[in-house]
Design a protein around this ligand. Sequence first.
Ligand SMILES: [Zn+2]
Ligand SMILES: [Zn+2]
Length: 158
Amino acid sequence: MLKKKITEAFEPLATLFFPPHCAYCKTRLEAGMDFCTDCEALIERIKAPRCESCSQPYDCATGEFTCPNCRGEAFYFECAVAVVRSRSVIRDLIHRIKYGKEIWRLYEAGKLKPDTELTGKIALDTRVADVAAVLEEVNLALKAEAARQLFLAGEAPY
Ligand SMILES: [Zn+2]
Ligand SMILES: [Zn+2]
């Protein structure tokens, strides 16, 4: 309850700095949405029946069922629960997350070629963030927004 109230209180501020966009195509969205309707329609949500070990959906995955996807595998977990299939929009997002920085770094270094083999491994950026500079930007934006609200209310020149 408190978390919800805090979230609601800061939502206008959060959307001021981070206007909601579709996570895939970057179309502007209303607050509270992650994907636009076109992208959302391409996402395949996994529902039962599914394998209770790997989450692969199967129409016949009920009762005594041997999943061909994980038969013979020794997992170090009891079950994995996937909510969406790794296809179309979701697969591309995973690839962007997994390979995006590697591709960019290879491009910047002039080493990106059509046959470059991607590894999904990159050195982490360990530079210390300039938090003071970020907070200064936040304060400037808050002042600008306060001035804009006063202008909209007819109480001050913009
Ligand atoms: Zn979209
Ligand atoms: Zn399975």
